[in-house]
Design a protein around this ligand. Structure first.
Ligand SMILES: *Cc1c(COP(=O)(O)O)cnc(C)c1O
Length: 434
C-alpha cells in the first residue's frame, strides 16, 4: 500500500519511506491510499478474541502488503504486551484504561509499535541508521524514549519545554541514557515542535542524517492506536449483542481521535465520537463554527493536551473530504478549564472512588454531558492519575500511592542539555551530540 501527502495526492511514499521520513517532502501528512475494510465475520467473532489477536488482524489489513505476517505478529506481540481493561464505572459509562504500559500513558501503544516497526526496517531491511526527533509536552517524550530505549541503529532526541512538564514526566526521559538524549528547551511546547519542524526542512541536516518524527504525524505511531477501539468494542460485545457505542477522546494533537475515525471507516460500528479539549480548544471551535484558527497554546493541568495547532487536524479534514458538515456530524466537541477539570476529578472520586487524571477527566465529563439516553459511552483514560500526582492530590485532598514501576524513574540521575529556543543552537547541538 502507498501513502499520499495530505497536501498533494500525487506525492506518494512506501510504508518504509513514510515511517522513516515522518512528513511528506511538501510537509503534508501521510495518509494510506486505501482504508482496508474488515469483513463482517471479523466483527461477529471479535468478542472471542484477545487484544493481540485483534491487533494482529487490524495491523495485517494495513501493513500486510509491506511486512510479512510473522514479523508483523512479532511487532504486535512485543508492543501490546500489557492489559487494556474496560470497566463500567457508572450506568452506561465505561472507561477504557490505556495506561497500563511502561510509562503509564496511552502513548506507549503507538510509541512501542513504531519503535519495533522502525527497528524492523533498520535491522531487517538494511535501512540506514535513523535519528528520531520528538517534541513533547510531557507524555510523548516518556513513551517514545522508553519505547526506543536500546533499539539498535536508532538515536532519539527528546525536546521538551523547560519547567513545563511534571517532575515525573521529566524523569521518564531524562534518566535513561543509552540512545536517548534529552534537550531541555527554553520555550514552550509549540517552540519545541517548531524546532523539530525546522530540522526536517534543513537541507544540511537532511543530507547528513535520516531524521524522522515520532510525534503522531508518523503513520507507524498513530495508526496502531486504532487497535484498541476494536478491542473496546469486543469487550462491550461480550455484554451486549448490539449497542449504540460512543467514544469520548481527550484530544490534543488529535492522533488518538483520528485513529478512532479510521477504525470506524474500517467498519467498526461506532455511532459517533466526542472530542474533549482543555482551554486549548481550537478543534472545539472548529466543530462549532467551521473555522479553524490555530493559536499559541496556554498551559493547563492537562498539559499533554496543551496544543495550539493540532497536527492531525489535516488528516481529519482529508478523511472527510474537507467537509465541516460531515466532520461535525461525526464528532461533537467539548472544552473545559482547569477548575472544571479539578471539580470533575473530585466529584467522581467522592461519588465512586474512581480516580481520574486531568486528561481522562475531560473525556469523562464530555461523555456525561454529551451522551444521549440509550447510548453506551466509552471514554479513553489516557494516563494513570499518579503521573499527575500533585494536581490530582489537590483535587481529592489526600495522598495517592505511586506504583513502584513509576516511582523507580524518579530515583535515577537526570541528564539533559539546556538549549535556547534558537534553531542554529539546536542544530549545532544535534550535530555535536551524534
Ligand atoms: C498525548 C495525550 C493526549 C492527547 O492525545 P492526542 O493524540 O495528541 O490528541 C491526551 N492525554 C494524554 C495523557 C496524553 O499523553
Amino acid at each position: 500500500m502507498l501513502y499520499y501527502s495530505t497536501k498533494n495526492r500525487d506525492i506518494k511514499a512506501s510504508l518504509q519511506e513514510a515511517v522513516v521520513y515522518g512528513l511528506a517532502p511538501d510537509r503534508g501528512l501521510y495518509m494510506p491510499e486505501q482504508i482496508p475494510q474488515l469483513p463482517d465475520t471479523f466483527f461477529k467473532e471479535i468478542s472471542g478474541k484477545n487484544l493481540q489477536e485483534i491487533a494482529a488482524i487490524v495491523a495485517y489489513a494495513f501493513f500486510g502488503d509491506d511486512i510479512d505476517k510473522d514479523s508483523l505478529n512479532q511487532i504486535v506481540a512485543n508492543s501490546l504486551n500489557f492489559e487494556i481493561p474496560l470497566k463500567e464505572i457508572e450506568k452506561d459509562i465505561y472507561v477504557l484504561e490505556l495506561f497500563h504500559g511502561p510509562t503509564f500513558a496511552f502513548k506507549d501503544v503507538g510509541a512501542r509499535f513504531m519503535a519495533r516497526m522502525l527497528s524492523f526496517f533498520v535491522n531487517e531491511r538494511k535501512q540506514d541508521d535513523v535519528k528520531v526527533l520528538v517534541a513533547t509536552s510531557g507524555d510523548t517524550g516518556s513513551a517514545v524514549a522508553n519505547g526506543f530505549l536500546g533499539v539498535e541503529g536508532i538515536q532519539v532526541f527528546v525536546l521538551y519545554p523547560s519547567g513545563k512538564v511534571s517532575e515525573m514526566q521529566e524523569a521518564q526521559f531524562t534518566t535513561l541514557g543509552q540512545n536517548i538524549v534529552a534537550l531541555e528547551i527554553d520555550g514552550t511546547f509549540d517552540d519545541c515542535q517548531a524546532l523539530v519542524k525546522s530540522a526536517f526542512m534543513d537541507e544540511e541536516l537532511n543530507i547528513q542524517f535520516n531524521l524522522t518524527s515520532a510525534n503522531s504525524i508518523n503513520v507507524a505511531r498513530f495508526l496502531p492506536q486504532s487497535f484498541y477501539y476494536f478491542y473496546a468494542f469486543a469487550q462491550l460485545a461480550k455484554i451486549f449483542d448490539s449497542a449504540e457505542t460512543v467514544f469520548s477522546v481527550p484530544s490534543g494533537n488529535l492522533g488518538n481521535l483520528t485513529a478512532g475515525l479510521f477504525a470506524k471507516q474500517m467498519g467498526l460500528p461506532v455511532k459517533r465520537f466526542i472530542a474533549a479539549n482543555n482551554l486549548n480548544d481550537v478543534f472545539f471551535e472548529f466543530l462549532n463554527t467551521g473555522e479553524y484558527k490555530p493559536r499559541p497554546s496556554v498551559q493547563t493541568i492537562a498539559n499533554a493536551m496543551d496544543v495550539g495547532a493540532p497536527s492531525n487536524f489535516e488528516r481529519i479534514l482529508d478523511l472527510y473530504g474537507g467537509s465541516h458538515e460531515k466532520i461535525s456530524r461525526e464528532i461533537k466537541g467539548f472544552s473545559y478549564n482547569d477548575s472544571q477539570i479539578e471539580n470533575t476529578i473530585s466529584s467522581l472520586y467522592k461519588r465512586s472512588g474512581y480516580l481520574l487524571d486531568p486528561h481522562s477527566a475531560c473525556a469523562y465529563r464530555a461523555l456525561t454531558e454529551g451522551k444521549e439516553p440509550g447510548e453506551k459511552g466509552i471514554f479513553l483514560a489516557t494516563a494513570h492519575p499518579a503521573k499527575f500526582k500533585d494536581s490530582v492530590e489537590r483535587c481529592i485532598d489526600s495522598e495517592i500511592v505511586i506504583p513502584e514501576d513509576l516511582e523507580k524513574f524518579t530515583k535515577k540521575q537526570k541528564h539533559s542539555f539546556s538549549i535556547q529556543n534558537n534553531f542554529n543552537i539546536f542544530k549545532k547541538a544535534l550535530i555535536n551530540l551524534t
